[in-house]
Design a protein around this ligand. Structure first.
Ligand code: CTP
Length: 398
């Protein structure tokens, strides 16, 4: 493609020459937060409004403008429009809309639009008289009839003075329309979702701790899946080696007590809470400040006394209102159905997702199978990678 080193799904953001070009910076940031890489393509006129360096610094990729500027890839207009997730033209001038309507391909932006096989979204922004000109109206109708997704401008202050309809649609609307075009859902729009993930760690001394094999992958996958359904997600994470999903608010904790405090702080204002964390049920009664030494502190090390940690899910089950949904997990090596059903009752959860973790399954792995327990029912969800399983769990629950 334009640059072969894209690491994530790609949005091609085409910026054309309009005073609203600076808003494309926020759009770029918004797409990045959702986990996309963004390749910015600018027309020559767009560079009169925002310098390419601004977009390069924000996107970490060179801005493209010329058809043949990358020697190793002389046809970026074909590849960008076919191997990206979507092409978003924002702001789109009357001129680029006219070119797309005519099927012209005399610069990189119009060529990408003509060659695109992925969703193309166009967010017009221009003077109101230009927007209402019958030529522009016809052009917009033409491109919409051919499948281009239009994001209507709004009424607002015009750069040339006065007020009128021609103001670029709000950045959030452009992002929302893009997500819908990409098949993301809106099932959790407006909802607050709280998720615990990963293991907790309970310190013994300055260097030693008790923990478990949880990688956090399931919780992180659920956080992404909920956010992609439009939820505002707060992820309370124990120590994991996963990148923080930018789309969520992440609160890092270490011990069970810290995780419990964070849950208590947020729980009341959340619509749904999902407890995927593999919480340490016990912690050392005494934590030693320095490092215990073999030969000197053997007695302390061999006679560690443990005390019970709070059960966070059980606390949430006890304190939930009738409008809150509480979902727990049950990691079992034996009698999955029986144990998961018992946890549904003892923790007063609305759903329990049961995982068979016998023989080293699930913990740390990319795939999992799940048995969903609710009321007196149980449903087996297909084994899948954790991203797809997370989507299926949420689909079912929502
Ligand atoms: N859980 C919790 N706080 C704890 C222990 C568990 O919030 N102190 C939650 C987990 O996040 C999970 C569910 O309770 O959603 C079940 O956790 P699991 O470890 O399977 O069960 P435990 O209650 O710890 O019981 P056991 O270890 O005996 O199976």
């Amino acid at each position: 493609m334009g640059n072969t080193s894209y690491k994530k799904p790609l949005i091609v953001l085409c910026v054309t020459g309009c005073i609203a070009a600076y808003k494309a910076c926020d759009l770029l940031r918004g797409f990045q937060k959702l986990g996309f890489d963004v390749q910015v393509v600018m027309t020559e006129h767009a560079k009169e409004f925002v310098s390419p360096q601004t977009f390069e610094a924000l996107s970490a990729y060179p801005v493209l403008s010329e058809m043949f500027e990358i020697p190793q890839n002389p046809i970026p207009h074909i590849k960008l429009g076919q191997q990206s997730a979507a092409v978003v033209i924002a702001p789109a001038t009357a001129n680029i809309i006219a070119k797309i309507a005519q099927g012209r391909a005399d610069d990189l932006v119009s060529s990408i639009a003509l060659a695109a096989s992925v969703p193309v979204l166009v967010a017009p922004a221009m003077n109101e008289v230009m927007y209402n000109n019958p030529a522009t109206i016809d052009n917009l109708k033409t491109i919409a009839s051919r499948g281009v997704l239009l994001i209507d401008p709004i009424y607002g202050h015009m750069a040339c003075g006065g007020e009128g309809k021609g103001h670029l649609a709000p950045v959030e609307d452009i992002i929302e329309q893009t997500l819908i075009a990409l098949g993301f859902g809106q099932k959790l729009r407006g909802k607050n979702v709280l998720i615990t993930a990963g293991p907790t760690q309970e310190p013994i001394d300055a260097v030693r701790y008790i923990t478990n094999r949880s990688s956090g992958k399931m919780g992180y996958a659920l956080a992404m899946a909920a956010a992609k359904q439009g939820a505002h997600v707060t992820l309370i994470s124990g120590p994991v080696a996963l990148p923080a999903p930018e789309i969520c608010d992440v609160i890092n904790v270490v011990t069970t007590q810290e995780m419990f405090e964070a849950v208590k702080r947020f729980f009341a204002s959340y619509d749904m809470a999902i407890f995927t964390a593999a919480v340490c049920d016990f912690r050392p009664e005494v934590t030693f400040e320095g490092k215990l030494k073999k030969g000197v502190d053997n007695e302390k090390l061999t006679s560690l006394s443990l005390i019970e940690n709070p059960d966070i899910l059980a606390w949430a089950g006890k304190n939930k209102t009738k409008d809150q949904i509480v979902i727990g997990f049950a990691a079992e090596t034996d009698n999955l159905l029986e144990n998961a059903k018992a946890k549904l009752v003892s923790k007063n959860a609305d759903f329990i997702v049961g995982n068979d973790v016998s023989g080293g399954k699930v913990f740390g792995k990319d795939e999992a199978c799940a048995l969903l327990i609710y009321k007196d029912k149980s449903i087996e969800l297909d084994c899948n990678n954790k991203e797809l399983l997370a989507r299926d769990i949420l689909d079912f629950i929502v």
